[in-house]
Design a protein around this ligand. Structure first.
Ligand code: ATP
Ligand code: PAF
Ligand code: BAL
Length: 288
């Protein structure tokens, strides 16, 4: 595995790779865990070259968020990337990604808070714009054939799929199942913020989502009732501060209302809550 720290060096290196080789990319913010491992391993098994990026993207953090304290473990990450089969680790500096002349932002309607008040966009005002911008410019630079994203960030997946199509980025988006701890908690770099007692409560979100799916499978199509049932399961636990429960279209992120027809497809149930210092998100697909 080669580690590259500048966009210029990355382009020079990519130019040495034969055109017939397929390039897969996994974008991360570092502090790697087995969730990232699943993406990198799958990428390595499906492509000739596996490029992992590691960059805590300032553009997607609002001023009140945890950009400064976000966990950074570069040495361990580098070792893990090697073990999981990465060929290139690209860890650029912020001034390379966003030089002082930088003046272009990608705004995707899917992530628009007006479309869904129960979404990441509504709670994290700069999040989707920051993600869309860094993903678009990274795909433009690397010209990867496939990019791998985790379904834990379901709304991010919807935005990435939309921008790759709309901007003709010519990259296949591969979505990978959420990797979980044994009690169901979705793996996340921010789980390291949890204290021991918070950690023992953290699987409540996944349990509430499973309960929601059970109701859906049992025929419940009244979205208001479904949302309320999931809300109740979470708010019974006082340590969890619920931010939203959303039942929305998987790909447009439009919030759904009323009574859904039984043949309604592409429905996802998403939740977000604070637990101590950690902002946890999770989701379950109700209908593919
Ligand atoms: N548990 C998981 N299972 C599968 N993919 C995951 C998981 N956690 C993160 N990913 C994916 O890894 C990629 C990089 O995510 P990122 O570096 O933000 O990690 P993270 O654990 O989601 O961090 P955090 O949630 O604390 O921001 C994204 O595509 C994300 O969806
Ligand atoms: C896709 C991403 C690497 C963009 O900064 C980030 O949002 C993440 O880690 O999911
Ligand atoms: N996992 C998505 C990146 C973020 O929370 O900023």
């Amino acid at each position: 595995m080669i580690t590259i720290r500048s966009s210029e060096d990355l382009v020079s290196h990519l130019n040495t790779i034969p055109r017939s080789s397929s390039i897969g990319i996994v974008m991360t913010m570092g502090a790697l865990h087995d969730g990232h491992g699943a993406l990198i391993r799958q990428c390595a098994s499906e492509n000739d070259v596996t490029l992992v990026t590691m960059f805590v993207n300032p553009l997607q953090f609002a001023p009140h968020e945890d950009f400064r304290s976000y966990p950074r473990t570069p040495e361990v990450d580098s070792q893990l990337c090697r073990e999981w089969g990465a060929s290139i680790l690209f860890a650029p500096e912020a001034h390379d990604v966003y030089p002082s002349s930088f003046d272009t932002h990608v705004i995707c309607g899917v992530g628009n808070a007006d479309r869904n008040e129960h979404s990441e966009g509504a709670y994290r005002p700069t999040f989707f714009q920051g993600v869309a911008t860094v993903v678009a410019k990274t795909l433009a630079l690397t010209r990867a054939d496939r990019c791998y994203f985790g379904l834990k960030d379901a709304q991010q997946c919807a935005v990435v799929k939309r921008i790759t199509e709309d901007l003709w980025l010519r990259c296949e988006v591969v979505l990978v199942d959420t990797q979980r701890e044994s009690d169901g908690l979705a793996m996340s770099s921010r789980n390291t913020y949890l204290t021991e007692s918070e950690r023992s409560e953290a699987s409540v979100l996944w349990k509430a989502l499973c309960q929601g799916k059970k109701l859906w499978n049992g025929g419940m199509r009244d979205v208001g009732k479904l949302r309320d049932a999931v809300k109740q399961d979470i708010t019974r636990h006082e340590t969890l501060k619920l931010m939203y429960v959303s039942v929305c279209d998987r790909w447009t992120m439009q919030e759904l209302h009323g009574h859904l027809p039984h043949d309604r497809r592409a429905v996802v149930l998403c939740v977000a809550a604070m637990l101590g210092r950690a902002r946890l998100i999770d989701n379950i697909v109700l209908e593919q």
